[in-house]
Design a protein around this ligand. Sequence first.
Ligand SMILES: [Zn+2]
Length: 310
Amino acid sequence: MPGPKDYYKTLGVDDKADAKTIKNQFRRLARKYHPDVSGAGGEEKFKEINEAYEVLSDPKKRAEYDSLRRGFAARQARNQGSGFQRVSTDWDSGDFSEWGHLFEDLFGGAGGRTAARERAVPEETVQLTLEQVATGTVVALTVQDFKPCVVCHGQDPRCPRCQGAGQVAEPSRFDVTVPPGVEEGTLLRVGRHAQLKVSVLPHPRFVRQGADLRGQLMVAVPLAATGGELRVAPLLGEPVIVKIPVHTNHGKILRLKGLGLPVRGTRRVGDLLLEVVLRFPEPFAAADDRLYQELRGQHAETGGEVRAPR
Ligand SMILES: [Zn+2]
């Protein structure tokens, strides 16, 4: 399988050549092979030179190209016959992700647009906190995006930037709006042909269940017996007062309306569901122990049933 084109060879420079050497060599070759000078035979060569220079003259593109070239050489040494062909089929696999940025630089002309339709859409992932999901957020992202060619506006097949395709792939910055209530795995469009995948980080206190949030609320046994109030911090905002009804049992679900997550694209907001977990206040004081002994005397026959876990 062919590797990436050897742009250094095309320009006839060493792969350690500095920017000035590359520029001088490009100018020399461009003059020599310009179609007006060399006729039709030179056109292909002229395109190749321009393509090579487009990458090697841009420090960022050159760095990507170099790492691509090293990676290809290493893979080929490891595994004869793999490499380039897998790019089109395994576009999203991590090992080949480095191809993503450069691919459209290498094939940024008419061929590049064809390739863009045939392969998977480049995808970036953003990890959001549950708080960011609740409020919505904006993610700044730089991806390759096609832009109109300002050099020839698609009018010149010999255009060094676009070869007449009228579009070139360039790194472009996008501010991607992530709406409140976004779901895990949601794909948001970025520019014309990239997308952003949403991943939601685990939260230490809450789990998500659709638009509802679930958590466990620790309640002391005496408070659960007599009923009372607790201050509870929801996902966002100030603590709220939660009423603990008299005789609250372990496992009871307390529903706090409107303290869940927004439902994407609506005004509805989910609830916060708190599952009561009974706890003995610690440490056990001698006075507490005497009271519990007294209570046990009255309920010695309670308990002993077995049921399947829920
Ligand atoms: Zn152009």
